[in-house]
Design a protein around this ligand. Structure first.
Ligand code: SF4
Length: 338
């Protein structure tokens, strides 16, 4: 792409962004803590789902100091339902490091060194909060750039990523790089959609090679998707008076460590099933869980299980499966805002 074509592309994209961008709460701040929080929440999660969590989190922890001072359980509880809980744990650890060093890190390398911060998040925070010229390459940007350049390589390959990285860096202007990064991400999120890109509304249509060839849906080039594994599980609602039996997953568990969940029937071989309450599905990465929920009786729970009342349910970091099952059983755990 020639320098004049690049200038034209930047102007078109930034003009579109000024006119069409969504009004998202993290776009009205330059506070690096709030921008970092939004970027961590937005990893793997759509903006619409993030908004209430972001607002609740900032209301509870308005500063990095307040987040660092909170117990991990409270942080996990506020995160509960957003998924990928290692993000919350890393956020909390990083907040403590930031407080220890005395200020929010102000360079790409320092931001990148925080727990849970990868190249994408570091570039996003550095460019948006500090106007540093680091191009972002998240899933949306990869899609836009792959189509723009009709990139023929598999996106999972490092050579392809390197080419896309180089293209992103070439396109990034020195002035207001944060706005440009956000504009490319916004285009990917709202116009250059994975299945049916809205090319007629796209400010880059005239320069997009995939569009010129009518091959938008063939980019980015991906390997065959992994097979979905189907798993069945039976969750038990065992109650005593107004309390329900729960267990905490080991803190070092790879998946959902430190979260609270309902017992599965295999964990309570002495439980007697009483009544089916319903079923639901929940997918995590490439596993599709099919849950059956039953009320059950159990004279004495084994070690490692805890009776929890309604107030505790609102405070504990519950797994999404536990929340859904408790809702079926008529318990509606609300997230505590205190
Ligand atoms: S023209 Fe279509 S395929 Fe190309 S960047 Fe725009 S929306 Fe995506």
């Amino acid at each position: 792409m020639t320098p004049s074509a690049i200038s034209k592309l930047r102007r078109a994209l930034l003009a579109w962004y000024r006119r069409r961008r969504r009004d998202l709460p993290w776009r009205s701040t330059r506070d690096p803590y709030a921008i970092w929080l939004s970027e961590v929440m937005l990893q793997q999660t759509r903006a619409a789902a993030v908004i209430p969590y972001y607002e609740r989190f900032l209301a509870r922890f308005p500063t990095v100091e307040s987040l660092a001072a909170a117990p991990e359980q409270v942080v996990l509880t506020l995160w509960s339902g957003l998924g990928y809980y290692s993000r919350a744990r890393n956020l909390h650890r990083a907040a403590r490091q930031i407080v220890q060093r005395g200020s929010f890190p102000g360079t790409y390398d320092e931001i990148r060194a925080l727990p849970g911060v990868g190249a994408y998040t570091a570039a996003a925070v550095a460019s948006i909060a500090f106007d540093l010229p680091h191009a972002v390459l998240d899933g949306n940007v990869v899609r836009v750039l792959s189509r723009l350049s009709a990139e023929p390589g598999l996106v999972s390959r490092s050579e392809t990523r390197a080419r896309l990285d180089a293209l992103a860096a070439r396109l990034l202007p020195r002035s207001a790089p944060g706005s440009f990064n956000q504009a490319v991400m916004e285009l990917g999120a709202t116009v250059c959609l994975p299945r049916r890109p809205l090319c007629l509304q796209c400010p880059l249509a005239a320069q997009c090679l995939a569009h010129q060839r009518g091959l938008e849906s063939q980019f980015p080039v991906r390997p065959a998707p992994p097979k979905i594994v189907e798993t069945e599980q039976r969750l038990l609602i065992v109650t005593r008076s107004t309390r329900v039996l729960l267990t905490e997953r080991p803190a070092n568990s790879v998946r959902l460590g430190g979260m609270w969940e309902l017992p599965e029937s295999g964990q309570l071989p002495d439980a007697v099933l009483v009544e089916p309450l319903g079923t639901f599905r929940h997918a995590i990465v490439s596993t599709s869980y099919h849950y059956e929920v039953w009320t059950a009786k159990l004279p004495r729970p084994p070690q490692g299980f805890t009776w929890c009342g309604a107030e505790e349910l609102g405070r504990l970091p519950l797994t999404t499966a536990a929340r859904k099952a408790l809702r079926l059983a008529g318990f509606v755990p609300a997230v505590s805002h205190k």
